[in-house]
Design a protein around this ligand. Sequence first.
Ligand code: PHE
Length: 336
Amino acid sequence: KIKEKIAEVNSFTADNLEAVETFRIKYLGKKGILNDFFAEFKNVPNEQKKEFGQTINELKQAATEKVESLKEVLESVTTNEQVYGDLTRPGNPIELGARHPISIVKNKIIDVFSRIGFNVSEGPEIEDDWHNFTALNLPEYHPARDMQDTFFVQTDPDILLRTHTSSVQVRYMENNQPPIRTISPGRVYRNEAISARSHCFFHQVEGLYIDKDVSFADLKQTLQYFTTELFGKSKIRLRPSYFPFTEPSAEVDVYWGLETETDYKMTKGTGWLEIMGCGMVDPNVLKNCGIDPDIYSGFAFGMGIDRIALLLHQISDIRLLSENDLRFLEQFKSTL
Ligand code: PHE
């Protein structure tokens, strides 16, 4: 009878701790099977006592071991709850960074021009004299070089920090034949006093369009398209100006509404705000870059991204754009 119980004990399994506890009480509890057998011990004839006792002990050992091994297995199982906690809890929000306002505006400008077939070209920030000046019709000692206070690299007067991304256009023309439609965004450097309105480095997007029969009318319409896409319905005007690399040249003003106090301050009380320079590419420049001016003509324009960013986002000081103050940068979180 005890042997039957031993077999029963050995084949017992459980998948939870309550079942193990029930099993323990059934065999090893005060009123359990084991104690029943012990109680019978005194009724067993003397010559069988030894064997009987050994068998009971075997049962006791089997039951004890069973309980312990089952407990060990079941207690080592970890549940999802233990690993992950309460899965019905709301999740933590993911912290996303923000794009820099310069990048936001640059990407917008690229987007507007890419819709009318312009690609994006880039070049080095450390330039040589040829690409930044000479090829652009600014030979040595040309007075217009003074317009762009240049940082030179001390050891070599031929090497400088580019003062405009027109240098990228030179490189592009040297390596591509028309039709050319490209915009060149990038950082540029000028040795200027730092103030709320200007910095010694800033960002430009310059554009270049070269093909047969390109006229000033194409330039003006392209600019009107651009300002409308970027600022909304807008009025522009072109004022005659001078750049060595374009002829004729013009300065582009956009009419800025005076709806708020900030707008008023930004425009210093007048509605017309200068946003870029432009003109028809000088034939000398085309020649310098290996393009035949008897066959091709084209226009170019260039604008500062920083000032446009100040306008579009009503930022009062250009220095905020390069100070990396998180309180400032975080404000652009929802803007792509
Ligand atoms: N390169 C000029 C500047 O940096 C801008 C410009 C580009 C003007 C192309 C005319 C044509 O000021």
